[in-house]
Design a protein around this ligand. Sequence first.
Ligand code: GLY
Length: 305
Amino acid sequence: MLLLANAEAWPGFPTTVEMLRSGADSLTAMVEGITKVEAEPRVRSVGYGGWPNMLGVMECDAGVMDGNTRQIGAVGAVPNTLPVAKLAHEVMKQLPHVMLTGEGARRFATETGFSVDDVLMADSKRVWWERLVKEMTPEQAAAFPDTPLAPLLKTITDPERVRDTTVWLSADTARGIHAATSTSGWAWKYPGRLGDSPIPGAGFYADSRYGAAACTHTGEMTIRCATSRTIVLAMKLGYSLGDAIKLAVDELNELTGGFLGGVVIHALDARGNHEVVNFQCEGEIRYWLWESSMPEPELRPARTA
Ligand code: GLY
């Protein structure tokens, strides 16, 4: 048994490890762990701790994938809702659809018993407004929100507020290989923007026969390259895990135009190997690893691409 998640997973990783040790279903165990991450205000890229869109509204994204069946549940730009990974799991379990967005996702949340929750923390609201006001003329600020947002987006891209996420992968010979993600997305994003975290094949993909991958940081790039699917498909075609990741990194490197930034790739194969690779993200990137032979989870450094 192997469980892998990025550093932001710390509030929920031990819960998932305990559940897996007790024989719980892998996706249920990962979703329970992610629910704790989403509830933790100190994780500033996921759930309550995350940042709102340009209108000051929290819109969260999440996805789950069962690598045994390739069933997927995803939700995108869901307002006023947590826990969203759990909502994505309900989409997978209850609906004939793969993905719900916006008000439709919120409606399904209500039907499924999720409360309507403001989600936006007072501190996040203060930082959002201070940042936005810096970019606006006094006339724009007075008219807000009845002012075009797209011109502001060009200057408000804030490298301090990363396009981060929590991504989780699990692998077990009996239970299969699975993936789950959750994020509040890019800080001060245009309303309705989806990153890669709810997009199957971009932010996550799992196939128990070959392996799984999930990405953090610049979703705009992994959507363009279908990075997670590329890695799993390459392994299906006979690439080693390392070569599959190299192929994906080369594709990211070949991108020109549009918004370019860093990406962290988390991936594992069906033979029990794993890799976490930092492509052009600043600072030290670390990840959580637990294998059934380990008494406790370990926080390890990612490899630089
Ligand atoms: N990777 C998270 C996002 O782009 O929203």
